[in-house]
Structure formats: structure tokens, C-alpha cells
Design a binder for this molecule. Structure first.
Ligand SMILES: NC(=O)c1ccc[n+]([C@@H]2O[C@H](COP(=O)([O-])OP(=O)(O)OC[C@H]3O[C@@H](n4cnc5c(N)ncnc54)[C@H](O)[C@@H]3O)[C@@H](O)[C@H]2O)c1
Length: 338
């Protein structure tokens, strides 16, 4: 099969997770573009690529006309980079979060529509064997009709750098993962949210690094999210600890251990008899960025739409911006994508 060709834009920290996946899939990397030319050169050298290192995206698009572009730039640059690639006739797979604002994200979706190109966002946590097992367990109806979802995320994270200066580091930089997972696991979409962001006493962050949010999702599902990057001791995993409740039982997913649950097995007694619920066997073969990349390659080969194509992913991003809006206004707000 002919090799797909791509250009990678942004050679920072996360590119170290992408180059091995691209190489494993034998994608031909024609150029690595970074505003910081040295970073692009270092990536070419480190991964032993036969690619041009450049700081000129427009010239590279014009010269190579790749099948797709991998946008690994900072969120503030996603809109400009992705729109330029789409307008040059390329499909795009880009890092989360889609954009730094809803207005930019909508512009990106419109550009994908106008150019007829695919733009998908990589939400790496969807391609995790346990998340896939949990999703099948919940959406397969084993716990009955889903009513309630809780996610707790607590870490004492001393990043230093820009996150400690941001206004909403938790919601903007991290919660997109958990919000998107909530949609992925439940198959529901956000309707409205009440959120309170805050900065706990003793915080080493300037902005609001903790939050409690209650989302109403479609089908009346209530998703409660509590999180902080400024919580010393007893950390949860980076994926958070989850409890999903249906009208027949409950599933727990905690500390990255295999999900398990209990469902009712009788109809009498103050507490009904219960039986254990185990997830289906793991089945994913490609994980994180590699899983996302496989969806783009499958799209290129078969036309199958990736699960995180931009129209869908806009709903996860909208949860982020609606939560921040609710916190600022001190009231419940609608989660709007348009
Ligand atoms: N999926 C995950 O788990 C995960 C983890 C970390 C980061 N990310 C995401 O990956 C993206 C990049 O994060 P990072 O940690 O690699 O950041 P980084 O700051 O280490 O690297 C970003 C690179 O993009 C370059 N860049 C910025 N604007 C550019 C432009 N207009 N054109 C070309 N290059 C440009 C910068 O010079 C820098 O080298 C972010 O959106 C981030 O949220 C995702």
C-alpha cells in the first residue's frame, strides 16, 4: 500500500509521542515545521527522519502537498495552523484542545466544511484499553439505564511555568480530557452546567486550579466533576476516579485498575442481593496518539469518519468554555456549540 505523506507542525514536548507512532505506521514525514527552527531540526535528528526542518508552514505545504498535517502546536496556534493546512487541501489531525476559544473552534469547523477536508482532534485518552472496556460495559446496558456519572480528579501537581499563571488551569488545560471521556463513556452530550472554580488556600497557582461542576447531559444523565491540581496527598490517577450508576447497578473505575461493578440479582431485601460485574476482555491494539493516528489512516483508506472529527469534538470543547462561563457568572449556563 502506498505510504501516506504528512507534515508535522510543532516539535515540542508532545511530538515525542507522535513521531514513533507515525514511524510505526510507516507514514512518510516530509517536513517538520516549528517557529523555533532549532526544535524542528532537533526532532529530525532525534528520530532520524528524512524530512525537511523548517519554520515556514506555507512554503512546506506548497512544496510537499501532503495527505495530512499533524498539528502539535500550542492551543493558541491551532486555529491558524489547522485552517492553513485545510485551505491547502490537506486533512488535519490535531492535538487537544481544539482551540483557545469557541469562536476559533467554530472557524476551524467551518473551514473543514468549506474545504471538504477532514479535521479530527486527538483525544488520546479515548484510545486506552480500560476506557474502551468501561465504555462497552456501560453502553452495553449491563447496569441498566444510566442516570449518574461522577469523576474525581485530585493531584498535587507542581508544574512550574505557564500553568501556574493561567486563569483556569484545571478546566482549560486538563478537564477537556475528563469532559471528553464523560461523553465517550456514556454516549451522552452536554446540555447545561453549573460550575464553581476556585483557588484553594495554600495554592501555588495564580488562577483557579480547582473546580466542582455539575453537568446535565442528554437522557437526563447528571455528570458531576470535582477536580484540583493543588491537592496534596492521596492522589487519583490522571484519568480520575469514576463512578457510573444505572438503574440496575454501578460501575467503578479507580486508580487505573480494571473497571468492575455490581448489579442487582434479586428483588427483595432492604439492600437488594448483588452480583459482581466484570468488563469485557480488552481489545484495543493501538493506544493514545497511535490509536488516534490509526483513525486518520483508516479515514484516508476507507472514508470511515473518525470518532473525534471536529463537529463531534466541538461538544467536548464547549463543556470547557461553558464551565468557565458558569463560574464567572455564578449561575447555570447552557452548553452551546454554535
Ligand atoms: N494528549 C495529551 O495527553 C497531551 C499532552 C501534552 C500536550 N498536549 C497538547 O499538545 C499540544 C502541544 O503541547 P506541547 O506540550 O508539545 O507544547 P510545547 O510548548 O512543548 O510545544 C509546542 C511547539 O509548537 C511550536 N509552535 C507554536 N506555534 C507554532 C506555529 N504557529 N507554527 C509552528 N510551530 C509552532 C512551538 O515553538 C513549540 O515548539 C497542546 O495543544 C497540548 O495541549 C496533549
Amino acid at each position: 500500500m502506498a505510504k501516506e505523506r504528512c507534515i508535522v507542525v510543532g516539535a515540542g514536548g508532545i511530538s515525542g509521542a507522535w513521531f514513533p507512532a507515525l514511524q510505526a505506521e510507516k507514514v512518510r514525514i516530509q517536513a517538520v515545521v516549528d517557529l523555533d527552527l532549532e526544535r524542528a531540526q532537533q526532532a529530525v535528528q532525534r528520530f532520524n527522519l528524512e524530512a525537511e526542518a523548517t519554520d515556514d508552514l506555507a512554503a512546506a505545504l506548497d512544496k510537499y502537498q501532503p495527505d495530512f498535517v499533524v498539528d502539535l502546536t500550542v492551543p493558541e496556534a491551532h486555529c491558524a495552523v489547522t485552517c492553513a493546512a485545510l485551505q491547502a487541501g490537506c486533512h488535519v489531525i490535531g492535538e487537544k484542545p481544539m482551540a483557545a476559544s469557541m469562536a476559533e473552534a467554530r472557524r476551524m469547523v467551518r473551514t473543514a466544511e468549506e474545504t471538504g477536508r477532514m479535521y479530527m482532534v486527538s483525544q488520546s485518552r479515548r484510545w486506552d484499553a480500560k476506557h474502551d472496556q468501561l465504555q462497552r460495559l456501560v453502553r452495553g446496558g449491563k447496569i441498566g439505564v444510566l442516570t449518574t456519572v461522577n469523576c474525581d480528579f485530585y493531584l498535587g501537581a507542581h508544574f512550574g511555568g505557564f500553568r501556574e499563571e493561567m486563569e483556569s488551569p484545571l478546566i482549560l488545560d486538563m478537564a477537556i480530557h475528563h469532559f471528553d471521556l464523560a461523553r465517550f463513556l456514556t454516549g451522552t452530550d452536554p446540555v447545561n452546567v453549573y460550575c464553581r472554580e476556585f483557588n484553594p488556600h495554600g495554592s501555588w497557582y495564580r488562577g483557579d486550579v480547582a473546580a466542582s461542576a455539575i453537568f446535565e447531559m442528554t437522557n437526563g444523565v447528571i455528570f458531576t466533576y470535582r477536580g484540583s491540581w493543588c491537592a496534596e496527598g492521596c492522589p487519583t490517577s490522571w484519568n480520575g476516579n469514576w463512578r457510573l450508576i444505572g438503574d440496575r447497578g454501578t460501575v467503578l473505575y479507580e486508580n487505573d485498575r480494571e473497571p468492575w461493578g455490581q448489579v442487582v440479582a434479586g428483588s427483595t431485601g432492604f439492600s437488594r442481593p448483588l452480583k459482581d460485574l466484570r468488563p469485557p476482555a480488552p481489545r484495543l491494539k493501538h493506544f493514545a496518539m497511535h490509536g488516534a493516528l490509526r483513525e486518520m489512516l483508516t479515514f484516508l483508506r476507507t472514508g470511515k469518519i473518525p470518532q473525534t472529527e471536529c463537529h463531534d469534538n466541538l461538544k467536548s470543547l464547549a463543556m470547557v468554555f461553558a464551565a468557565m462561563e458558569s463560574s464567572r457568572k455564578g449561575k447555570r449556563v447552557e452548553v452551546k456549540t454554535c
